[in-house]
Design a protein around this ligand. Structure first.
Ligand SMILES: NC(=O)c1ccc[n+]([C@@H]2O[C@H](COP(=O)([O-])OP(=O)(O)OC[C@H]3O[C@@H](n4cnc5c(N)ncnc54)[C@H](OP(=O)(O)O)[C@@H]3O)[C@@H](O)[C@H]2O)c1
Length: 129
């Protein structure tokens, strides 16, 4: 998450709720069709195209980050030039999924590093188009 400092995060309402607030030190745009929802500290957009335009107009020098959830990733990946992804070396039950076909948009792995957190192994990678 620290990578996003100085830039703008585009996220859905569930992601905003999970974080509990707009993170300090970066801009946040929440994408929702529900006009009654409020997100303190964040801008609001009705769709991803609008969210990208809002992010462009905000006063942050860093990149715009697509930070989920499921549909925002699915719609946003074609717009991205880099993917920062962590592969957990174990299977988990889930009800939200990252697009299985993400390699359609990213062909070169430009950084890879293994890590360990307790008994959980993971691999952090950066992919580029
Ligand atoms: N591990 C990770 O890296 C990671 C990353 C991201 C998320 N997550 C987790 O995944 C879960 C969130 O999943 P989610 O996919 O349900 O959450 P979400 O994307 O945060 O929220 C889903 C909502 O986003 C809005 N939305 C999505 N696409 C839209 C579009 N194109 N136009 C307008 N509104 C749109 C809709 O809200 P309205 O119904 O209000 O219109 C939709 O119900 C959370 O638990 C989060 O922590 C994990």
């Amino acid at each position: 998450m620290r990578q996003t400092e100085g830039g703008v995060m585009i996220e859905g309402p569930a992601c905003y709720a999970e974080l509990g607030r707009a993170l300090m030190g970066r801009g946040t745009v929440v994408v929702t069709r529900d006009e009654s929802k409020v997100f303190p500290g964040a801008e609001v957009a009705r769709n991803l195209t609008q969210a990208l335009a809002v992010a462009e107009g905000m006063n942050w020098a860093g990149p715009t980050w697509i930070t989920g959830g499921e549909r925002i990733y699915a719609e946003g990946l074609p717009w991205c030039s880099k993917l920062y992804i962590t592969h957990l070396e174990r299977d988990f039950e889930g009800d939200r999924y990252f697009p299985l076909d993400w390699k359609r948009w990213f062909s070169r792995c430009t950084w890879s590093q293994k890590g360990q957190e307790g008994d959980l192994s993971y691999r952090f990678e950066v992919w580029e188009t």
